[in-house]
Design a protein around this ligand. Structure first.
Ligand SMILES: C[S@@+](CC[C@H](N)C(=O)[O-])C[C@H]1O[C@@H](n2cnc3c(N)ncnc32)[C@H](O)[C@@H]1O
Length: 260
């Protein structure tokens, strides 16, 4: 069985499923599958969807958040309005500040920012990768602006040279980051989704290099240091020792570091 044939069959399967279940696009199932695995959107959440037309992700997100939640979708194209008052469609360029200002005016703080935005495909791989990365980076910046602390993020990227850089940025900004390839995404398509869970608003981030002084002895023989009042567990640190460290993991309350 050829890969292309399998891919076409999958596309056909999800297309029919979307039609029969009344979703505006087969992409709805990608969001459903990502959310089933990572639990990024939950009941009552406020969700912002960037690059949302025709609205398949908005429908799926609305189903998850229920009546107590809100979904705000943005697209260059007009999104056919939804009858529900808590599903709001905005027409605009997601990379422009005036569009983000329109989103901000709808809800105070968002629990999740999701983006399935794609540029017009030219067929020239490097141009498409570059244009897609521009949109994905813009989605990340918007997420950092709109999300509450602990909020979650999903963004589509077309894999290429610049994917790793964006993944590292997501890894630095969220407690947890992973790359997802849902079943509803064809295997031969280069699209993957970067998932960020638990937005951090901490003074230290994954990968930071700092010089700290160990001031307490922690459990398991590790040392405890502070940076701008933020607790850092230093592997094998001894009280009184000043050391150059690299941050390996960050949670909302503390970070873990190794000496370098
Ligand atoms: C794959 S579609 C999204 C499908 C959607 N998730 C769904 O389930 O219906 C990608 C969308 O990104 C939008 N897009 C591309 N560039 C954009 C931009 N600068 N601002 C807003 N939307 C953009 C396109 O207009 C297109 O509708």
């Amino acid at each position: 069985m050829g890969k292309k044939w399998q891919g076409d069959r999958k596309r056909e399967y999800y297309y029919k499923k979307a039609k029969s279940e009344d979703y505006r696009s087969r992409a709805s199932f990608k969001l459903k599958q990502i959310n089933k695995k990572f639990r990024l959107i939950k009941q009552g959440d406020a969700v912002c969807d960037l690059g949302a037309a025709p609205g398949g992700w908005m429908q799926m997100a609305a189903e998850i958040v229920g009546e107590a939640g809100v979904v705000v979708g943005v697209d260059l194209e007009e999104i056919e309005p939804f009858p529900e008052e808590n599903i709001i469609a905005i027409q605009g360029d997601m990379t422009l500040p005036e569009t983000i200002a329109a989103v901000k005016s709808q809800s105070v703080e968002f629990d999740a920012v999701i983006s399935d935005a794609s540029p017009d495909i030219s067929g020239a791989w490097d141009v498409d990768h570059y244009n897609s990365m521009t949109l994905s980076k813009s989605a990340l910046n918007t997420a950092l602006e709109l999300l509450r602390e602990g909020g979650n993020f999903i963004v589509k990227v077309f894999q290429g040279d610049m994917t790793k850089e964006l993944f590292t940025e997501v890894k630095r900004s969220f407690q947890f980051a992973k790359i997802a390839k849902p079943d509803a995404s064809r295997r031969q398509s280069s699209e993957v989704y970067i998932v960020g869970k638990g937005l951090l608003k901490t003074p230290v981030r994954y990968g930071d290099k700092l010089t700290v002084t160990v001031v307490e002895q922690g459990r398991d023989g590790d040392g405890v240091a502070y940076h701008e009042g933020f607790k850092i567990i230093v592997e094998e640190g001894r009280v009184g020792e000043t050391a150059a460290v690299k941050i390996k993991k960050v949670t909302h309350k503390l970070a873990f570091a190794v000496k370098v």
